[in-house]
Design a protein around this ligand. Structure first.
Ligand code: BGC
Length: 747
C-alpha cells in the first residue's frame, strides 16, 4: 500500500522529495505534512555539520564521541560490543536530531592500500556481515536509521567516482555481497547507500540488477536506497534502476528532470510514487520506534569507547612475556614517540568526528602506575625534528627498564579520497626503533594506523607489538589499560598482515587503470589468497595473543539430517592460564573436493569468549546451508560429499578438525543438456546413468575405458550430448530423454 501522504502531493512535490534540500536534509512538503529529515555521517561517530558545510570532513562539526573506527571495531570480533557501540551512536544521533546515520561501512578489504580501509571491518564477508548487522541493530534500537554503505564493489579510492569494478558474479556473490545480504536479512537497515563506482560498466547508482533484483527481490530489502554524495549522473535512470533518494541537493535540476520524464511518458509515475513511499514509509517506521529515551551520558560513552578500543587492540607478538608491564614493580618506563602525546585515533574524510575529549596515552600511563614514567618525542608527526629528537629518545631508553614506542602512520598517509602507495611506517620511526632496541632490553611498540602495515622490521626489533588501529578518542586510555594489564588485548586480526605488498592478493590488479579495475584474484581475497598460494604472512587472519592461554577440545559435529546441509558444532574452550582473559574461537569449513575451485577454508562461525583462570565453556555453532555452499551457474549449491569443520584461534592456528559427510540433494538442480560429463558424474542419479553409458560406449568400441583414467580425463569436459554426437548419435534428443527419465523434480 502506498503511503497516505502521496495522494496529497503533486508530481512536482513528489519529485522534489527524491533529492536533498541541501547537503544533509531531505525536503519538507508542508502541504502534505512531510517533514524534512537529517542524514549525517557516520560511521563511528556523529558528524553533524550545518547545511552550508562540506561533506568531506574539512570543516568542523558538533562534538560527538569518536568511537573506534571500523578497522578497530572489526578487530573486536564482538557483535554484542558493537551493538552497544551502535546504540550509543544512535543515542547521540538522536540527541543531535539526526534521522539517518551514514554507516556502517562494510566493504571488504581487497587490498591493504585502500585509503578507506580504516572505516571498514575486515577481509572476510561472514565476519563483516555478522558485525555489520550488530552495528545496524544497535544504531536502530534508538529509533535512528542506519545506512549500509557503499553498495557495491567499492574497494578503492583511486578513481572511485568513475572506475568500473570488473568482477565476476561468483566473486560478487561469495565475497563482496554477502556482508550486505546478511545485514539486510538480520538487521533491516533503514537505508542502503549505493557507491560511486561502476560495477561491470554500469554505475552502482543505475545498477538495476544490484539495486532492485538482488537487494530487493532476492534479499527482501524494504528501506530506501540513497546515493553516495554526488553518485547520481542521471536521476531518471537511477530512479528506474531502484535508487530512491539522491543526495545531496542538485537544486531544481533533478526534480525538473523527473517531472519532465513523467510528462513525456518516458518514466512511469508509479516509479516516482514507489520511491516516495519507500522514503516516507521508512521514516514512519523509525518514528514509531522512538520511545522515551534515557539521558545522554557522554562520560559513559567515553568509557565505552575506551573499553571497545582495548577489545580491538591486537597483541601481535609478545616475546618473553614483555607485556603486560608490571603496574608497580620495576624501574623507569620510557614513553617515546609523538603518538604518545598527540594521538592519531581517526582517519580523514567524511567520517572525521569532532571528539568530546581525547585521551593522551602518556597521561593515562602515568595515571595507572606509580613507576617513574619519562617521555621523549623521538620524532614529529610530519617527519621534521631530525636526529636531535631521536638521539635524546635513545638516551632516555638507555636508562629505562622498558621503552614503549608509540609509532604510527602520519595523517597525510591515509584518508578517504586516495589510496596508500606502500605499507611502510616512516623510515625515521623504524630507525629510531632500531636504535632504541640496541640500548634497551624490553621494547614495546604501540601502533596507530588504519590500514595494514608490513611490520617485519617492527616485530624483529620489539619484544612486543600492540596494534591499536585508529582506536577512537579513548584509544590512549585503552593502550595504557592494555600495557599495564588492566585490560586484556581483546583484538584479533580481521585482515591478514602480509610480509610484503607484493604478496597481497590484488597486487597486480590494484588500483587498475584509469576507468577499470579487474578483480582478477576473484574469490581469493585475504586469507583465501594466502592459503591458496601457500604464502607466508607476518600474521594470519584471526591472529592475536592474549595474556593468558586457551585450549580447545571436545569438538563434536552433529548432523541432524545429512540430506539437509546443516550442522551443529560443539567445542569446549578452557582458559588454562593464570589470569582471566578473552579469546575468539573461530570455525572454518573446507570442501576438499568440489566441481569448482574453492578456498582451502572459509570462516563460518566465531565466538568471543571471556573466561576466568581455569574456567571452561562449551560453545555451540549452528551451520546453515550457506556455510557449505558456493555460487554456481545455477545459484547457491552445496555438493554431496566430504566437508571438514576446523576450529582454531586463527586461520592458521587450527586446533581440531572433524570430517563430515553430507548426502546433499542440492546438485540435482544442476543438470541440463549442456552439463559436462564431470557434472553428470557428480550427480547422484545422473552419475549412475552416465557411468553406464561410458561403460557401454567403451565396450562397443572395444577400446580403453572411458569411465576412468586417461579415457575419462579426455572426455570429462565434453557435454554428454556432444559425446553422443561424436559417436554419430542425436545427442540433444538422447540427453533430453535421459533428463526426462530422472525422478520428477530431481533435475
Ligand atoms: C562518502 C560517504 C559519506 C558521504 C557523505 C561520501 O564522499 O563516500 O561515505 O557518507 O560522502 O559525507
Amino acid at each position: 500500500m502506498l503511503h497516505p501522504a502521496i495522494a496529497r502531493m503533486t508530481l512536482e512535490q513528489k519529485a522534489a522529495l527524491l533529492s536533498g534540500a541541501d547537503l544533509w536534509h531531505t525536503r519538507a512538503i508542508d502541504d502534505a505534512g512531510v517533514v524534512s529529515r537529517t542524514l549525517s555521517d557516520g560511521p563511528h561517530g556523529v558528524r553533524l555539520q550545518d547545511a552550508s558545510q562540506d561533506h568531506l570532513g574539512i570543516y568542523g562539526s558538533a562534538p560527538a564521541t569518536a568511537f573506534p573506527t571500523g578497522a578497530a571495531l572489526g578487530s573486536t570480533w564482538d557483535p554484542d560490543l558493537i551493538e552497544e557501540v551502535g546504540a550509543a551512536l544512535g543515542r547521540e544521533a538522536r540527541d543531535l536530531g539526526v534521522d539517518v546515520l551514514l554507516g556502517p561501512g562494510i566493504n571488504i578489504k581487497r587490498s591493504p592500500l585502500c585509503g578507506r580501509n580504516f572505516e571498514y571491518l575486515g577481509e572476510d564477508p561472514f565476519h563483516a556481515g555478522v558485525l555489520g548487522a550488530a552495528w545496524v541493530r544497535g544504531v536502530q534500537s534508538r529509533g535512528v536509521g542506519a545506512s549500509l554503505k557503499h553498495f557495491a564493489a567499492n574497494n578503492q579510492e583511486t578513481e572511485r567516482l568513475r572506475v568500473s569494478a570488473e568482477v565476476d558474479e561468483r566473486t560478487l556473490r561469495e565475497i563482496y555481497l554477502p556482508a550486505f545480504e546478511r545485514t539486510v536479512a538480520e538487521a533491516a537497515p533503514a537505508t542502503v547507500m549505493c557507491s560511486y563506482n561502476k560495477v561491470n560498466g554500469t554505475f552502482a547508482s543505475e545498477h538495476r540488477w544490484l539495486l532492485s533484483e538482488v537487494l530487493r527481490d532476492e534479499w527482501g530489502f524494504e528501506g530506501y536506497v540513497v546515493s553516495d554524495w554526488g553518485a547520481v549522473h542521471d536521476p531518471v535512470a537511477s530512479l528506474r534502476a531502484g535508487l530512491d533518494l539522491e543526495m545531496p541537493s542538485t537544486g531544481e535540476a533533478s526534480p525538473a528532470a523527473i517531472v519532465a520524464a513523467v510528462e513525456s511518458g518516458e518514466l512511469d509515475e508509479a516509479v516516482v510514487d514507489r520511491a516516495v513511499a519507500r522514503i516516507l514509509g521508512t521514516h514512519d517506521r523509525f518514528d514509531a520506534l522512538r520511545g522515551a529515551t534515557d539521558a545522554l551520558d557522554i562520560d559513559a560513552h567515553h568509557a565505552l569507547a575506551r573499553r571497545a578500543a582495548a577489545e580491538a587492540a591486537v597483541l601481535l607478538s609478545n616475546r618473553d612475556g614483555a607485556l603486560p608491564l608490571h603496574p608497580t614493580d620495576g624501574g623507569m618506563i620510557a614513553v617515546i614517540g609523538a603518538f604518545a602525546t598527540e594521538p592519531r585515533f581517526q582517519g580523514g574524510g567524511s567520517s572525521h568526528v569532532n571528539p568530546t575529549r581525547v585521551d593522551v596515552a602518556l597521561d593515562e600511563i602515568r595515571r595507572l602506575t606509580p613507576r617513574p614514567v619519562e617521555h621523549a618525542p623521538g620524532f614529529t608527526h610530519d617527519g621534521t625534528g631530525g636526529d636531535e629528537l631521536a638521539t635524546h629518545a635513545v638516551a632516555l631508553a638507555a636508562r629505562a627498564d622498558a621503552a614503549v614506542l608509540f609509532l604510527g602512520l602520519p595523517e597525510e598517509d591515509e584518508s578517504e579520497g586516495f589510496d596508500r602507495a606502500h605499507l611502510n611506517l616512516p623510515a625515521a620511526q623504524l630507525d629510531l626503533l632500531e636504535r632504541v632496541a640496541a640500548v634497551c632490553e624490553r621494547v614495546v611498540v604501540v601502533l596507530s594506523n588504519g590500514g595494514a602495515l608490513a611490520l617485519g622490521g617492527v616485530v624483529e626489533h620489539a619484544e612486543a607489538v600492540l596494534e591499536m588501529w585508529l582506536g577512537g578518542q579513548a584509544a590512549g586510555g585503552a593502550a595504557a589499560d592494555v600495557l599495564l594489564g588492566v585490560a586484556e588485548p581483546g583484538g584479533r586480526l580481521a585482515e591478514t598482515l602480509p610480509l610484503r605488498l607484493e604478496d597481497t592478493p590484488a597486487f597486480l590488479n590494484f588500483p587498475g587503470d584509469r576507468d577499470r579495475v579487474l578483480y582478477g584474484e576473484r574469490i581469493y581475497v585475504g586469507y583465501r589468497w594466502y592459503d591458496a598460494v601457500d604464502r607466508d604472512v607476518l600474521a594470519p587472519f584471526g591472529h592475536g595473543l592474549s595474556y593468558t592461554d586457551f585450549e580447545l577440545d571436545e569438538l563434536d559435529v552433529e548432523i541432524p539430517d545429512p540430506t539437509g546441509p546443516c550442522a551443529t558444532v560443539h567445542v569446549r574452550v578452557t582458559n588454562t592460564g593464570e589470569r582471566a582473559g578473552a579469546t575468539v574461537v573461530q570455525l572454518y569449513v573446507s570442501d576438499p573436493v568440489a566441481t569448482l575451485d574453492r578456498p582451502a577454508s572459509e570462516l563460518k562461525g566465531f565466538a568471543k569468549v571471556k573466561l576466568a583462570a581455569g574456567e571452561s565453556e562449551r560453545l555451540t555453532f549452528e551451520l546453515d546451508e550457506r556455510a557449505f555452499q558456493f555460487w554456481s551457474r545455477h545459484g547457491w549449491l552445496a555438493e554431496a560429499g566430504e566437508f571438514v569443520v576446523r576450529i582454531g584461534m586463527s586461520s592458521r592456528d587450527i586446533r581440531a578438525e572433524r570430517s563430515i559427510a553430507l548426502d546433499l540433494p542440492a546438485s540435482l538442480a544442476s543438470l541440463t543438456v549442456d552439463s559436462t560429463i564431470t557434472e553428470w558424474l557428480a550427480h547422484p542419479q545422473g552419475g549412475v546413468v552416465v557411468q553406464g553409458i561410458l561403460g557401454a560406449m567403451a565396450a562397443n568400441s572395444g577400446g580403453a575405458g572411458l569411465s576412468e583414467g586417461p579415457g575419462l580425463r579426455m572426455v570429462e569436459q565434453l557435454s554428454l550430448s556432444r559425446l553422443f554426437q561424436l559417436a554419430g548419435r542425436d545427442g540433444k534428443a538422447e540427453v533430453e530423454r535421459i533428463l526426462a527419465g530422472l525422478t520428477v523434480g530431481a533435475r
